[in-house]
Design a protein around this ligand. Structure first.
Ligand code: PMP
Length: 283
């Protein structure tokens, strides 16, 4: 069951007009919010980021946070899995094709849910592989825009190379993955690229840094050069759907002898524990 413009319906019955500005221009923003045991994880943080993205494209938020919460909870109720990830999508609505903002047009609001499956145990044992590529996206990567063509092309480079993610380098420095944030470990220090207009402020990125703080793991938020990435002791990938994953191969070269490292194992365990405590006390 999905939600589209005020109505709940099976996804097969959901259609949007071809003049929707999401279809025509990719003119919209989105969020992906995990729910564990049917409870929304870090809802306030996701709704804050949604507001930031809406501000970034100058689109009025059509709902209060209480209204969003109610819609999201109804979608969770109407879908089967205990663990789900909710996709929430807002476009500037349907209007005659013209780049300029239309006046008096209602936004299109779409919410769907999919089962949220934990990464297979084998992946956690072997880690995943990644490649690097030049970050050729626009300079508002902090906005979670639905216009994802550069991310699609960059991620496909990874698929073509039988890898899981493409790690992006802009002007010699790590920004993020095509669909994730990236951390580097060197000499037992967790390194994170600083938030800027060049990367998405990941919700999982924040959780990992909070966990590092809480558990007194040495960490630094600073620019990470491509060379440091290549010489990393460990590389970690984070996102709401993948949680924390170890990258054990970069451009066909083994990282940490092709095995998940100590930092990954610690952070993974802390993340799982944190999820459980948040489930008892959600939002
Ligand atoms: N960066 C990009 C480009 C992403 O698409 C995502 C989410 N898929 C992330 C980072 C991770 O963000 P979050 O932890 O909020 O899922």
């Amino acid at each position: 069951m999905i939600y589209l413009n005020g109505k709940f319906m099976p996804i097969q019955e959901a259609f949007v007009p071809v003049l929707d500005r999401g279809f025509i221009f990719g003119d919209g923003v989105y969020e992906v919010i995990p729910a564990y045991s049917r409870k929304l994880f870090r809802l306030n943080e996701h709704l804050n980021r949604l507001q930031y993205s809406l501000d970034g494209i100058r689109l009025k938020n059509p709902h209060t946070n209480e209204e969003w919460q109610s819609l999201l909870e109804q979608i969770i109720d109407q879908n089967e899995s205990e663990d789900q990830y909710i996709y929430l999508h807002i476009t500037r609505g349907v209007a005659k094709r013209d780049h300029a903002f239309p006046i008096g047009v209602a936004p299109t609001i779409f919410i769907m849910s999919n089962p949220l499956l934990p990464p297979p145990a084998a992946l956690l044992e072997t880690g995943v592989s990644a490649i690097t590529a030049v970050d050729n996206r626009w300079v508002r990567c902090d906005v979670k825009a639905i216009s994802l063509l550069p991310n699609v092309l960059l991620r496909q480079l990874a698929v073509d190379a039988h890898a899981v993610e493409t790690i992006l380098i802009r002007d010699g420095f790590l920004t993020e993955g095509a669909a994730s944030n990236i951390f580097v470990v060197k000499n037992n220090v967790l390194l994170a690229p600083p938030k800027s207009n060049l990367m998405l402020p990941g919700i999982t990125y924040d959780v990992v840094l909070e966990l590092a703080d809480h558990h007194k793991i040495p960490h630094e938020v600073r620019q990470i050069s491509e060379k440091e990435l290549q010489n990393a002791d460990e590389i970690l990938l984070t996102s709401s759907t993948k949680e924390v994953l170890p990258i054990t191969t970069l451009n066909e070269k083994s990282i940490n002898n092709g095995k998940p490292g100590v930092m990954f194992n610690r952070l993974y365990a802390f993340y799982q524990e944190f999820k459980k405590t948040r489930m008892r006390n959600p939002i």
